[in-house]
Write a protein that binds this ligand. Structure first.
Ligand SMILES: [Fe+2]
Length: 243
């Protein structure tokens, strides 16, 4: 066989293969692939739900712009997660099969403005996302699909667990300020606005940030001891002689 005939036969052989099957690991079952697609759909449904909340809060009749920013951020995150999951699915040899997104039923009450019910709805949406991810993770573990379960744990589970706590705290604060309508809600919204829609107490709820804070404190203490530059409780820095 001449070298050009050989090259032609190699091209013909490779072309006849479905390369997705080469990429796809045996551990990625049809059921797991369908579940990944299910989660993509759920992220999209959550995205449109948060878009609706953001649009409602931006209305002149409601004008809770801090809350609007929070829902904008939540919607953006759903879109990012959906995008990541879709890319991941294709990278593992899967196929995207989008399905129709259901319209959200939620409506932010404006007469009077009542934030508790929609915040509770947002909590439920977030909780369902987490439960779906947990289901997907245990399904992947069952079939030995460690790459998928590891990816879900690292990228999603910790982040979503934190969102649940942040939203539960928000519900508690909304309930507290709603006992006397008016100023409390304005102040809570202003706090959210000041943080451009980020949860102001996010760092307090994050064990990793707390961990880093302790590490930093330890570092400063040891540096202070080593160099003799440790500050006292009034902020005065002592020299090695003083120590
Ligand atoms: Fe998400």
């Amino acid at each position: 066989m001449s070298s050009s005939e050989y090259a032609r036969s190699v091209v013909a052989e490779i072309s006849s293969h479905n390369l997705d099957t080469w990429v796809r690991p045996g551990t990625l079952t049809k059921e797991a692939e369908e579940s990944v697609r299910g989660h993509i759909h759920q992220e999209l449904t959550s995205w449109i739900f948060y878009r609706k909340l953001a649009a409602d809060c931006s209305r002149a009749n409601i004008a809770l712009h801090g809350f609007a920013m929070l829902w904008e951020r939540s919607a953006m995150e759903c879109m990012h997660d959906m995008h990541w999951m879709e890319k991941y699915l294709v990278t593992r040899g899967g196929r995207s099969k989008p399905t129709a997104i259901e319209a959200p039923q939620v409506e932010w009450p404006d007469n009077p403005v009542e934030p508790l019910h929609p915040c509770q709805e947002a909590f439920t949406v977030e909780k369902k996302l987490l439960e779906d991810l947990e289901r997907l993770c245990s399904l992947a573990q069952k079939t030995g699909e460690t790459a998928l379960s590891d990816a879900i744990q690292r990228r999603f589970l910790r982040k979503h667990s934190k969102h649940i706590k942040n939203l539960a705290d928000l519900i508690q604060q909304v309930a507290r300020v709603s006992k006397q309508p008016g100023l409390g809600l304005y102040l809570l919204d202003r706090e959210l606005r000041k943080h451009t829609g980020m949860i102001p107490w996010d760092a307090v709820n994050d064990p990793d940030i707390q961990d880093k804070g302790i590490e930093l404190l330890n570092k400063r203490i040891s540096e202070g001891l080593g160099l003799g530059g440790m500050a006292d409780h009034c902020g005065r820095v002592s020299s090695p002689v003083d120590l």
